[in-house]
Design a protein around this ligand. Structure first.
Ligand code: TMP
Length: 215
């Protein structure tokens, strides 16, 4: 049995990742693939508990390295407990955020830079890299306006300052520009149908050769 592929969805706050992930899953399943869907931080019972701590505004400010270590602690649980077993069983894994989020939020946003993220990535998932990274790009103010419209209380990151979220966005775009073989940037300020279409085209082009444009 051939190993599955890892597809990760990234983007700033209010970028519309859920809509895009639904489209990726439907596209892969429509082409006969078995799909395992997960998210980070989270994906296993222990990692979901770490997520609760990380996202709860009551946690307050964390030392940036502590925040990064918690992200990678959750990631290790998800890699070992859910992602690797699914890939080994031939399933494609669609993950709502992965290590690129640590580069963008902790490396760029919190100012840690790429070195600690790369070091921890080498320790936590030495042989695992996404086959495709979809970055849903939206101006910070547009994303924040969407969150306000949803009316949910902001989590610890959504409530962060605009300049932090601008650094997150810039880091995603810089890293995507440096790796055009693995990254596709999607304009997520478009209408949902247009975003879904762009996502499906990107998945078909990268992972389903011959399927492009098929119904
Ligand atoms: P979300 O996936 O529901 O958007 O929430 C997860 C939040 O955690 C989001 O604000 C981004 C943040 N995050 C990091 O800061 N670093 C990471 O490595 C990951 C996976 C998420």
């Amino acid at each position: 049995m051939s190993r599955g592929r890892l597809i990760t969805l990234e983007g700033g706050e209010g970028a519309g990742k859920t809509t895009a992930i639904d489209a990726v899953v439907r596209c892969l399943e429509g082409h006969g693939r078995s799909v395992h869907r997960t998210r980070e931080p989270g994906g296993t019972p222990a990692a979901e508990k770490i997520r609760g701590l990380l996202l709860d505004p009551a946690t307050g400010a964390l030392d940036p390295l502590t925040e990064l270590l918690l992200m990678f602690a959750a990631r290790r649980e998800n890699v070992v407990g859910s992602i690797e077993p699914a890939l080994a069983a031939g399933q494609d894994v669609v993950c709502d955020r992965f290590t690129e989020a640590s580069h963008a939020y902790q490396g760029g946003g919190r100012g840690l830079g790429p070195a600690p993220v790369e070091a921890l990535g080498g320790l936590v998932h030495p042989d695992l890299e996404p086959d495709l990274v979809l970055v849903l790009d939206v101006p910070v103010e547009v994303g924040l306006a969407r969150i306000r419209k949803r009316g949910d209380a902001p989590d610890r990151f959504e409530g962060d300052r605009v300049d932090f979220l601008e650094r997150v966005r810039r880091t995603y775009l810089e890293r995507a520009a440096a790796r055009p073989d693995r990254f596709v940037v999607i304009d997520a300020s478009q209408a949902p149908d247009a975003v879904r279409g762009a996502v499906v085209r990107a998945v078909e082009k990268a992972l389903l050769p011959g399927a492009e444009g098929a119904p």
